[in-house]
Every structure is written in structure tokens, then in C-alpha cells.
Write a protein that binds this ligand. Structure first.
Ligand code: PEP
Ligand code: MG
Length: 759
């Protein structure tokens, strides 16, 4: 075969080649056989002197897997590192290359064993799957020639087919790959941030996965164009609907998506490239995917965050378009999902998480997000471990084995057998513990020396409430009312709030529930609330401060609570109170609402209890003035810690710098116990420390008798307290308050161990 005068490679040649490719893929034979046939076909149809396929092996090495035109003995012997030679250059840059004078290219590397020295021209494309390079496909010609766009695009299309062969492990034995150091397929560990505790093992499910395209080549280009136009139209209206909903709700994110869409719609280049690919003979899906691969290749080396965001938008739109083409609107199709699944996502909303079948969902891995993000709040409520780690999507393939360690913020990808064994044991142990917790559920919550301790729950969503029965907790010590406000698109009116609070009261039945009024601001901004940027949000305009400045907001919430109670008992708690005057102000609003209720002839609550959180240290010096006004007081130790030690709870550098088990914090706690006892005010604690067994032990030692915690903490804390002798602990702790220690954690741990406390 030679360069010479050949008929131009055009749309017809491309269609014929792709039709034959389809026959090869539909036919029988091993992966290697099919690859050999593909390479021979390309060389023949493209009148090339050489066609070769390199596949990525362990250690970022490109191995010659098949060739027509080079020495066959080089197959499986010639290996190039990524970046080495033109083939390595194509892999390294993940983009096509077409050269009429290959030897003059700075990356040219001569490999005598291949016998390739007489070839002047070279066109090569990366074999891409997702955003990963899985190999390189090249053609070469003896003479110098300019490659036409159709040739490169046809190679790209074929590369997509070969990518499927590689991904299905038909070419590379997965065992070989997993034992030799391939950064793509080797076991790997991602270190990230723990966002929801627990351990989970399962198979990776990529949220909004790339759809697998079964058919690359179309019989009828006009019909495909028609399908494409229809899908585009459907996507258009779907996004318009979204925009309308977003405008009503005042949200900005979907509007951004729409703007991106418009940018594309007006980008004739994008649409015409897809239509052109369809005219050449691709199915609409393959054409959309090919243009996306190309876009990704062009943009993937850019690090500018704005461009990376846009690249994500391109991906998002491609996926949407592919889903519309497939006639599907979401990727949560239950039938195809594994029984134990670990969801992997760039980011996700709480509703999207709830779209998945909860009985199969074992863990969640996010590239972006914070523990306070809504999806994490929901995941914790569902008891699903969550880890946030960057670069997850690049390193994980669908159905990869994963271990999510939500206690230590790490993820094991394709773990080796010994790690799998160790974690299976840890997961089994966790299950055994859960069984044990279930067994003690109905046993009394009393210490070994007979001191009753009331265990209550912290809740914030209706889905938390079934835990009340399941855990055996006595009531809800903290209902964070802001969470429903945060996941809504607009401010819920009195009727909506009344319905919600009334449902909560119905669900808890006879058990008590403490409603905390809106605690927003700071890091918990409402999407529809405009407060302006604050330099120190934690010290800013938040919680009851907002309620006092906008009394109608707080009054509406109090009104809804009174209406929902409809003659039932009601407990209301105000957050972030810093002085008695603030409590008085909030209480006055409640009185006004009570009067209003009375004026309407409606029944007041059968027992109204009003309390405050203790989160701001200034209040500690007003206890004698405050306590006579209160029915109860609950310590918000999360905020109290940050204000007491001047250490931001959301900043990893400061959030663990000081220990709640420090003499100063425990002195504060002891003082609260004494003062509340003197004024006969019930005292509880609802910060995170109440849910950690060792911290809870110390709190009981200090004198707390009511602890409110998230549902998964109930079992461990109850197990601890049932093994605790409070009198001995109290005696031991009496010598600890005045010391100079940074932390009393180790001493308390030693006490626990020496006295058989199960921590
Ligand atoms: C706290 O501050 O301890 C508390 C329980 O409130 P939140 O964590 O909701 O601020
Ligand atoms: Mg707080």
C-alpha cells in the first residue's frame, strides 16, 4: 500500500468503515481478535501503510497491542511511557495529532524493533473513556500527506469503540493490571474529610453516569438528525421549565445551567460539529459523545477554575442530551444498580440522594461539599457514611470496589484482599454492635449505680423521627427548625410551617419535643434571604438576632408552633441568646402570639415550656437574672466551645485545637449544673459532645442527667452509661477541675478503662 494518488477519504468512506466496524463488534472472537480485525480494517479502508493500537498498561505504560504494517513481533513488546514519543505525547495531552512530517516532531522517538523508520506521516487519537486515556490509535503513511478532518474524526469514533473493549477488560487481564502499579487501576487510597461517620463497603455507582453507547454507527443519517433535533428540543423545554421554577424560587443555579445551554445553542460550532458527525454516519449518541470527547481533550489540560467549571457544564449538558436521546431523565434506574452501592458524585443535592433506593445505598463519596451541606445532613439522618475527597471521579470506574471510612475520612479504591478482609471484619463488628444496641433499646437508661439518664434526640428532618422509636430515646431534645427552611426554595408561610410542625408532633406522639426557633445566618444562609457578606459570620447577624430585628419572621414561626400544638404541650427554645434582654424580647413576641391565639378563640398549648440555649459565654454571668425566667436550659456546646475559646468551629485548624474535656469547659458545665439545680431549671446538653461516649461520661460525672444527641449516638452512649458507676467518677473528677491540663481526655479514658466503662 502506498500514499500515491488515492481517492479522498470522505463521508462515504467513513460510513463504510464504521458499518464494517459494527460488524466486527457484533461478531465473535476474543478482545484481541477483534482489535486485530479493527486495526486491519482501518489500514485497508484508510489506505494507510500502518495502523497500530497502543493500550495503557500498569504504570502508565503504553503497550503496542495490535498493528497492521509494523513488525508483528513488536506487538506486546514495544512499550512507551506516557509523554514518550508521539504516541506518548498523544496520551499525555489527551488530544489528537495529525502530522505530515512526523520525524520532525520534537517528541518523535525511534523504535527500531517496529521497523517504522520509513513512515513520514502520522495521525493519532487518544482512546478515551470518561476523562481517562486508555490508549492511543494511530495510522501512518510512508509519504508526506496532510490528513483531512474526516480521517481524524473517524479515528476518534473508532477509538470510542476500542475504549469499550479496553474497559470491558477484554484486552487487559484485570488481575495483571491490579498487581503492577497502574495509577488508574491499582488499589488506591483517597484521603479526604469525614462528613458522616461509619464504614461502608460496596460497588461504585457514579451519580449521573455517562451512558454507555451501544450503537455507534447509524443506518440512516436523516433519521438520526431527526432524533437529535427532537432530543435537543426536549432538553430545551426541560431546561425552560427549570428556569421558570428557578425564577419563581429566586434560585440562581439552574439559571446558570440555562445560560450555559443558551451559550451552546447559540454556539453554531458545537451543534454543527454534532450534526456533521451524524452526517458522517454516527448515531446521534455517538456524535454527541465524540464532540464531548473532543471538547474534553481540548480543555482538560487547562486549570483555570472558571474553565473547569465550564467543562463540567459541557459534561452536564452532554449527559442531559444523552439521557434525552435514551428517553431517560435520571440515572437512578433501580434495576441496574448493585445491591451494595457507594454513590460517587461531584456534588449532589439532598433530593438527588433520596432518589436512590435507600435499602441499597451504603455510602457516599463527594468531590465537593462540607459537613454542613444539606446532602450530608440528610446522609447522617440516614446513617450513611460520607467522605469528601477531590479527584474521586477521575480515579474511580463504575462498579469499582470501594470502602468508605466515614470515621477517618478515607476511601479505599479497588482495595487489596487484606484490606477488604480487615474492613469486612470492622463492618461486621459494627453490625454486631448495632445488634447489641438494638438489644439494649428497651432496657432502662440508668447507670450501674442506679442514676437515671434521659437520652433525647437531635432531629431536623421528618426522616429523623422514626429513629425515636428505633433508638428508644425519650424525646426530641433539639428540633432544628431551620433545616426544612434551608432545603426549600422559598420562605415557608405560616400554613406550611403549621402543617410541618403539626406532622412532627403527630409523629413523636406522647414523647416531648423541643422546637428551636430559626437558627439561620452565619454558615446557614437561606437561599432566599439576602443578608450581605459578613466578615465574621459566626459572630454576625444570626439566629435570634435576626428574629428580634425582624419580629414578623419570628412571630410567624411562633404562631405556626402554637397553631400546630392546638392544645397539645409545646416546648420552645431560643438559640444564640447572649443577654437576658434578648430572651425577654423573644419571650415578648411569644406572649403577643399567645394573645392573638386567645383573641381568635383557639386553644393555647396544654403546657407551654420556654427555654434557651446556652451558647454565648456572656450569658454565664447573668444566670441569676436569667434562670428564674426559664423552664429549661440546653447547652449548645458546639457554639459554646467556639465562643469560649475564640476558635472557629468550621475551620479545621481551630475546630479541634481545644478540647471540650478541658478544665475550663468542664468548670463552665459544673457551674451550670449547680446554678440550674439551685433555680430548679431543667438542664440538658444538645451539642455534639453529648453524643460521644467519653465526653458523655464526663458530662454525667459533672452532673448532667439529660443528653440530646444524633440518632446513631444513642446505642454507644447508652452502652457506656449502663456500665458506669457515677459516684466513683464524680469522686475521681473532683480533683480535675482546677488543674493546668490542656485536656483531661486521657485521664478520663484511663478512669473508664480501669472501671470497666464500655467506651
Ligand atoms: C450547638 O451549638 O451546640 C448546637 C446544638 O447548635 P448548632 O450545632 O445547630 O449550632
Ligand atoms: Mg448552635
Amino acid at each position: 500500500m502506498g500514499g500515491g494518488m488515492q481517492p479522498r477519504f470522505d463521508g462515504t468512506s467513513s460510513r463504510r468503515l464504521l458499518a464494517r466496524l459494527r460488524d466486527i463488534m457484533a461478531g465473535s472472537g476474543s478482545g484481541q481478535d477483534r482489535l486485530d480485525k479493527i486495526v486491519t480494517l482501518i489500514a485497508a479502508e484508510m489506505k494507510a501503510d500502518v495502523c497500530s493500537c497502543y493500550v495503557m498498561r500498569a504504570g502508565e505504560v503504553l503497550e503496542l497491542f495490535s498493528t497492521e504494517g509494523l513488525n508483528k513481533t513488536a506487538v506486546h513488546n514495544t512499550r512507551l511511557r506516557v509523554g514518550e514519543g508521539i504516541v506518548g505525547y498523544i496520551a499525555g495531552h489527551a488530544r489528537p495529532v495529525a502530522l505530515d512530517n512526523a520525524p520532525s516532531h520534537p517528541s518523535f522517538a525511534y523504535r527500531p524493533e517496529t521497523g517504522e523508520d520509513p513512515f513520514q506521516s502520522l495521525a493519532g487519537v487518544p482512546i478515551l473513556r470518561g476523562s481517562k486515556v486508555r490508549g492511543v490509535l494511530v495510522i501512518q503513511h510512508k509519504d508526506r500527506r496532510r490528513y483531512v478532518e474526516e480521517e481524524v474524526e473517524t479515528l476518534q469514533t473508532i477509538a470510542m469503540v476500542v475504549a469499550e473493549l479496553v474497559a470491558q477488560s477484554e484486552l487487559v487481564n484485570p488481575v495483571e493490571v491490579t498487581t503492577t502499579g497502574d495509577p488508574v487501576l491499582l488499589p488506591a487510597r483517597l484521603s479526604g474529610t469525614a462528613m458522616s461517620a461509619g464504614l461502608a463497603m460496596g460497588l461504585a455507582v457514579i451519580h449521573r453516569p455517562q451512558l454507555t453507547i451501544r450503537q455507534m454507527v447509524a443506518e440512516d443519517a436523516d433519521a438520526e438528525l431527526e432524533r437529535f433535533n427532537t432530543a435537543l428540543q426536549t432538553m430545551h423545554s426541560a431546561i425552560d421549565d427549570l428556569l421558570e421554577a428557578a425564577s419563581l424560587a429566586g434560585l440562581s443555579e439552574p439559571r446558570d445551567i440555562l445560560e450555559t445551554y443558551r451559550m451552546f445553542a447559540e454556539d453554531r460550532g458545537w451543534l454543527s460539529r454534532i450534526r456533521e458527525a451524524i452526517r458522517v454516519g454516527l448515531t446521534a449518541e455517538a456524535a454527541v459523545q465524540q464532540v464531548q470527547n473532543d471538547t474534553r481533550a481540548r480543555m482538560s489540560h487547562l486549570t483555570d477554575p472558571y474553565i473547569r467549571e465550564r467543562l463540567m457544564d459541557f459534561e452536564d449538558l452532554t449527559n442531559r442530551l444523552l439521557q434525552h436521546l435514551a428517553g431517560k431523565t435520571n440515572g437512578t434506574d433501580g434495576a441496574t444498580l448493585p445491591d451494595d452501592m457507594i454513590l460517587v458524585a461531584r456534588s449532589m443535592g439532598p433530593a438527588e440522594l433520596l432518589d436512590y433506593d435507600r435499602t441499597r445505598l451504603r455510602g457516599l463519596l463527594l468531590e465537593e461539599g462540607s459537613p454542613a451541606s444539606h446532602v450530608c445532613i440528610v446522609a447522617r439522618a440516614l446513617n450513611i457514611p460520607v467522605v469528601q475527597a477531590g479527584d474521586a471521579l477521575n480515579r474511580i470506574e463504575p462498579l469499582d470496589q470501594l470502602i468508605v471510612d466515614g470515621d477517618h475520612g478515607q476511601v479505599f479504591i479497588r482495595p487489596a484482599e487484606d484490606i477488604q478482609m480487615a474492613f469486612s471484619e470492622a463492618v461486621a463488628l459494627q453490625h454486631r454492635k448495632e445488634q447489641m444496641y438494638a438489644e439494649i433499646r428497651n432496657l432502662p437508661s440508668v447507670t450501674r449505680d442506679g442514676v437515671p439518664i434521659s437520652i433525647q434526640l437531635n432531629c431536623g428532618l421528618l426522616i429523623d423521627l422514626p429513629h425515636l422509636t428505633a433508638s428508644g430515646a425519650e424525646g426530641v431534645g433539639l428540633y432544628r427548625t431551620e433545616i426544612p427552611f434551608m432545603v426549600r426554595a422559598s420562605y415557608p408561610d405560616v400554613t406550611a410551617q403549621t402543617t410541618l410542625y403539626s406532622r412532627i408532633m403527630d409523629e413523636v406522639g406522647d414523647k416531648p419535643v423541643v422546637f428551636r426557633t430559626l437558627d439561620v445566618g452565619g454558615d446557614k444562609m437561606l437561599p432566599y434571604m439576602t443578608g450581605g457578606e459578613e466578615e465574621n459570620p459566626a459572630l454576625g447577624w444570626r439566629a435570634v438576632r435576626i428574629g428580634l430585628d425582624h419580629p414578623s419572621l419570628l412571630r410567624q414561626q411562633l404562631r405556626a408552633l402554637l397553631l400546630a400544638a392546638a392544645g397539645r404541650p409545646l416546648s420552645v427554645m431560643f438559640p444564640m441568646i447572649a443577654e437576658v434582654a434578648e430572651f425577654d424580647g423573644a419571650r415578648r413576641l411569644l406572649e403577643l402570639e399567645l394573645k392573638r391565639l386567645e383573641a381568635q378563640g383557639l386553644a393555647p398549648p396544654s403546657g407551654l415550656r420556654v427555654g434557651t440555649m446556652l451558647e454565648v459565654p456572656s450569658l454565664l454571668w447573668q444566670l441569676p437574672a436569667l434562670l428564674p425566667k426559664l423552664d429549661f436550659l440546653s447547652v449548645g456546646s458546639n457554639d459554646l466551645m467556639q465562643y469560649l475559646f475564640a476558635a472557629d468551629r468550621g475551620n479545621p485548624r481551630t475546630s479541634t485545637r481545644y478540647d471540650p474535656l478541658s478544665p475550663s469547659m468542664l468548670c463552665v458545665m459544673r457551674r451550670l449544673v449547680d446554678e440550674c439545680a439551685r433555680h430548679k431549671v431543667s438542664l440538658s446538653i444538645c451539642g455534639e459532645m453529648a453524643g460521644r461516649p467519653l465526653d458523655a461520661m464526663a458530662l454525667i460525672g459533672v452532673g448532667f442527667r439529660t443528653l440530646s444527641m444524633s440518632p446513631p449516638s444513642v446505642g454507644p452512649v447508652k452502652t457506656m452509661l449502663r456500665s458506669l458507676d457515677v459516684a466513683a467518677l464524680r469522686q475521681y473528677m473532683s480533683g480535675l477541675y482546677t488543674g493546668a491540663d490542656h485536656s483531661l481526655r486521657d485521664k478520663l479514658k484511663t478512669f473508664g478503662r480501669d472501671h470497666g466503662v464500655i467506651i
